[in-house]
Ligand binder design. Structure first.
Ligand SMILES: Cc1cc2nc3c(=O)[nH]c(=O)nc-3n(C[C@H](O)[C@H](O)[C@H](O)COP(=O)(O)OP(=O)(O)OC[C@H]3O[C@@H](n4cnc5c(N)ncnc54)[C@H](O)[C@@H]3O)c2cc1C
Length: 80
């Protein structure tokens, strides 16, 4: 069964201080989150979540040759 993120009574996603849901690595922002529904809140959420995601990435993400090779192996081959 697929994992299901925790929600409040209004079916809005519960997140921690970094906007991560109960599913590791799944972040949520804006109206879908259990918080005040305003544009400024959504924008603030976005900044916090983006920073948290950035900080989770491995150092030198774009230059990590092993990671690049793994990613390349996952890409479909033309004609597949
Ligand atoms: C009438 C009204 C007036 C408002 N006035 C104000 C105001 O004056 N000031 C203020 O700060 N806030 C106001 N708000 C609240 C503000 O609009 C929201 O807080 C803000 O838009 C939330 O941004 P969001 O990106 O979380 O969601 P949204 O702006 O709702 O964006 C979600 C997007 O996801 C799309 N989507 C949904 N389901 C799917 C799917 N399955 N697949 C692909 N796309 C999907 C939707 O079409 C939409 O484009 C108002 C809201 C309403 C309804």
């Amino acid at each position: 069964m697929d994992p299901v993120a925790e929600v409040d009574q209004a079916q809005e996603l519960l997140v921690d201080a970094k906007l991560q849901t109960s599913i590791d690595g799944l972040y949520a922002i804006g109206d879908i989150v259990s918080a005040l529904n305003q544009i400024s809140v959504a924008v603030g959420h976005a900044a916090i979540a983006a920073t948290a995601i950035h900080q989770r990435l491995p150092p030198n993400y774009r230059e990590d040759a092993a990671h690049q090779a793994d990613r390349a192996a996952e890409l479909p081959t033309p004609g597949d």
